[in-house]
Design a protein around this ligand. Structure first.
Ligand SMILES: Nc1ncnc2c1ncn2[C@@H]1O[C@H](COP(=O)(O)OP(=O)(O)OP(=O)(O)O)[C@@H](O)[C@H]1O
Ligand SMILES: [Mg+2]
Length: 468
């Protein structure tokens, strides 16, 4: 079944009109038939008609300025015209007109309607891409046209002109590294190095030497002097990724560099001056980590001179078609494939999905589809199952599992009260949302909170809830 596209049928022959209408209704399309041809263009606008299936001779005789009016419709009108052989010839040069001859063959009609829908999808996407201005593509392919992304691009451009330390926060896959690279690219330091360090990927005992370097003989295996990433990034930008995973002893040392702009390589007796711009990133909530004393408060303030938060993809859904189109073009070129695009239904599913893995997940999906399908159009049947419902399962645990405050016992070995309270609060919030089907106003009432306070908490705690 093809759902949701609207098709207008125009034919003075009642039998043909009823047959086409019944056939396309059975296929799942919404059908419009104007009472009178004077209402033809009116119906197209009011009912958001995508495709017209019409006897072309009938249209041309009953609406004398049909061609002029049809040309002004936006988005472009797709016409499937049939009539006596030869009538369609008038439209040979129009790419948005598909022609058939009478007597109508319903199989041919069905495949032409499919082609017309594919054409319409491509045109809509082209129109979206055509809207791009310089704010939608910042640098190094950072793409977005939603209001939050435009604000982000504005902020990045301003920040790049300064030397201030930047802390980028955001869920996994939102584009934190891309943003850090964009800051470097747009800054006066762009002729020098951009050096990334993933603080979570390097074992704790090696991270210090990796960052600050070491002198020969300072530890077993230190056979020669070695420059660290700070030195490599001199006059450039050092990107400290996953900063939330840095251990306490290194946090102190990093704080010193940020304060004094100098550091000591492992085993060295003298400190070394350095001129680096620090950009740090994390997908953890650093404020919470500070509250739990997992991250130094003084370091947090030093790092977050300019805090930047990249919104998750589900909060900027209008960027999805633009990203899909861009990734499609890129992977088609890389893999020499010719996947044409996504049907409207498939795109709608992608736009209503919650994208827990954000842009990275979307990029990976498009790559997989280009490899597996390779040509034609992606329709819902080509999408993996998790994308078909457009919703994520609710993360809320069942009510019976919740402890009541009187059940709580202090464990023998003690407890971190901040994280226990935090966890308890999260569970109550998710339960309230679960009970109210995601209605934040009602959930706030259950929790005796203001709606705005609940929304603030959800944001701060990075909690998400999907209504069923
Ligand atoms: N706005 C965007 N436009 C185009 N591509 C993007 C955008 N945001 C992210 N990407 C792509 O998505 C992928 C993930 O981006 P990136 O590595 O910057 O995310 P991240 O936030 O650092 O993720 P993680 O927290 O997992 O390290 C990359 O391949 C990147 O090119
Ligand atoms: Mg990253």
């Amino acid at each position: 079944m093809q759902a949701n596209s609207s098709i207008l049928i125009a034919d003075d022959n009642v039998k043909t009109r009823d047959l086409v209408s019944a056939f396309l209704t059975y296929q799942g399309y919404n059908i419009a038939c104007p009472e009178h041809n004077a209402l033809f263009f009116d119906t197209i606008q009011k009912q958001n008609v995508d495709i017209v299936v019409a006897d072309i001779a009938h249209l041309l005789t009953t609406i004398p300025d049909f061609l002029e009016q049809a040309a002004t419709i936006n988005p472009l009108l797709v016409l499937i015209a049939y009539g006596n052989s030869g009538d369609g010839m008038k439209f040979d040069s129009c790419e948005n007109v598909f022609t058939l001859t009478k007597p109508l063959n319903l199989d041919e009609l069905e495949s032409l309607v499919m082609r017309a829908r594919e054409y319409q999808t491509l045109k809509t996407l082209d129109a979206e891409i055509g809207d791009c201005d310089q704010h939608q593509v910042l640098s190094l392919s950072m793409i977005g046209k939603s209001a939050p992304m435009r604000d982000l691009f504005g902020l990045i451009t301003k920040v790049a002109a300064s030397n201030a330390t930047v802390l980028i926060q955001g869920e996994s896959g939102t584009g934190k590294e891309l943003a850090a690279r964009a800051i470097h690219q747009l800054s006066a330091r762009n002729r020098n190095n951009f050096i990334p360090v993933n603080c979570a990927a390097i074992p704790d005992d090696l991270l210090e030497s990796e960052l600050f370097g070491h002198v020969k003989g300072s530890f077993t295996g230190a056979y020669a002097n070695r420059a660290g990433r700070f030195e490599m990034a001199d006059k450039g930008t050092l990107f400290l990724d996953e900063i939330g995973d840095m251990k306490a002893n290194l946090q102190v040392k990093l704080l010193r560099v940020l304060q004094n702009r100098e550091f000591e390589p492992v085993g060295a007796s003298k400190s070394q001056k350095v001129d680096v711009r620090i950009v740090a990133a994390t997908n953890k909530n650093l404020e919470e980590q500070v509250a739990k004393r997992d991250f130094r408060e003084d370091l947090y303030y030093r790092l977050s001179v300019i805090p930047i938060t990249i919104p998750p993809l589900r909060e900027r859904r209008e960027d999805i078609p633009l990203l899909v189109h861009t990734f499609l073009a890129r992977f088609n070129a890389d893999k020499r494939n010719a996947l044409k695009g996504f049907s409207r239904e498939a795109m709608e599913l992608l736009c209503s999905y919650d994208w827990p893995g954000n842009v990275r997940e979307l990029e990976n999906l498009v790559e997989r589809l280009v490899i597996l399908k390779g040509s034609g159009f992606i329709t819902p049947v080509d999408l993996p199952e998790r994308y078909l419902s457009g919703k994520q399962p609710s993360p809320a645990p069942p009510v019976a599992e919740q402890p009541s405050p009187s059940d709580i016992q202090l464990p023998e070995g003690g407890i971190c009260i901040n994280s226990a309270v935090d966890e308890f609060e999260n569970r109550l919030i998710l339960q309230a949302l679960n009970r109210t089907g995601g209605n934040k106003k009602e959930a706030a009432l259950l929790l005796n909170l203001k709606r705005t306070t609940l929304i603030e908490k959800l944001k701060k705690k990075n909690l998400t809830f999907s209504e069923e």
